[in-house]
Ligand binder design. Sequence first.
Ligand code: PSU
Ligand code: MN
Length: 306
Amino acid sequence: MQNHALFHTSQSVGAALSAGRPVVALESTIITHGMPFPENLETARDVEAIVRAEGAEPATIAVLDGQLHIGLEAGELDQLARRDDAMKLSRADLAFALATGRTGSTTVAATMIAAALAGIGVFATGGIGGVHQGAADSFDISADLEELSRTAVIVVSAGAKAILDLPKTLEVLETKGVPVVGYGCDVFPAFWSRSSGLRAPLRLDTPEAIASFQTMRARLGIGGGILIGNPVPEADEIQTEVIEAYVATALGEARATGISGKAVTPFLLGRMFELSQGQSLKTNIALVQSNARLAARIATAMAAAS
Ligand code: PSU
Ligand code: MN
C-alpha cells in the first residue's frame, strides 16, 4: 500500500494508475446501505472481477478508520461488507470521517470526489440519487446531482431509481448543465426497468464515443461529469407497472414513519427488496454488473486515446 497525504491506493490500483492503465472507480454505499449481507459482498467481488475481465482495474472507494482508500484489498472489502455501523458519506461529511477517524462508505457524490482526486475518470454505480418525490415539501434532492455538475468523472448508471421523481431529476440535471446520455437508447432508464418513458437528452452507442465526448468537454474547459444511462439487461428487468405498485407502498410507509435525510434511500431500497420478495435485489445486482462492464470499456477507450 502506498502512503499519500490524502489517500491510500491498494497495491493493484497504485500500479495501474502509475502505468496509465484503465481504472474504474466503484462506490461502497451500495455495499453498506444498498444491499443486504451476503449479497452485498458477493456483488462487490463479482463487479471487481467483471472490471478485471475487461482489462481494467477496479478501485472500490471507502473510508476505513479515517483513511480514504482508493481500491480495497480483499480482506478490507470483506470487513466493510459485514459492518452495520459504517457512515454513509457524501460531499458534506467525507472530510468529517477522515478528520475524526471514522469508517464510512462513499455515495456517488463522495466517490466522484475521491476518484477525481486519484485521477480516475470513470465510475460505475447502480443508480444515482436524485430529486425525491414530494421534494417540493421535503426539499430532498441528492447531493449526487450537484456533484455531477462539478466533478469531471463519467458516471455509468442504470438511470435514477424509480423511487425518485424522474422528470424533476432530469430537469435539475439540465439546469446544472450535466449531460445525460442514453447508452444505445433514446430513453432515460429507470433502474429496475429499461425505460422511464422519458427521453434521454443525448444518445451515444459506443464506449469510444463517450470517451471522445468527455475529452471534448475537457478541451472546452467545461467542468463536471457526464451521466450515462445504461438500461438494465432485458432478461433482468422488472416491468414498470410492477415496480410502481411497490414504490407507492414504500413511499407511503416512509411518509407515515417520518423517515428523512440520509435514511430515505436505504429505507426505500430495503422495502423494495421485501415487497418484491428479493426480485429488486436480483435486478439491482444485474444492472451494477452491466454498468461495471460498460465503465471498464469506457476507461479502456479513454486510456487508449490519451
Ligand atoms: N444505487 C444503488 N444502491 C445504492 C445507491 C445507489 O443501486 O445504495 C446509493 C448511492 O451511493 C447514491 C445514494 O449516491 O444511494 C443516494 O443517496 P441519497 O438519495 O441519500 O443522496
Ligand atoms: Mn437525500
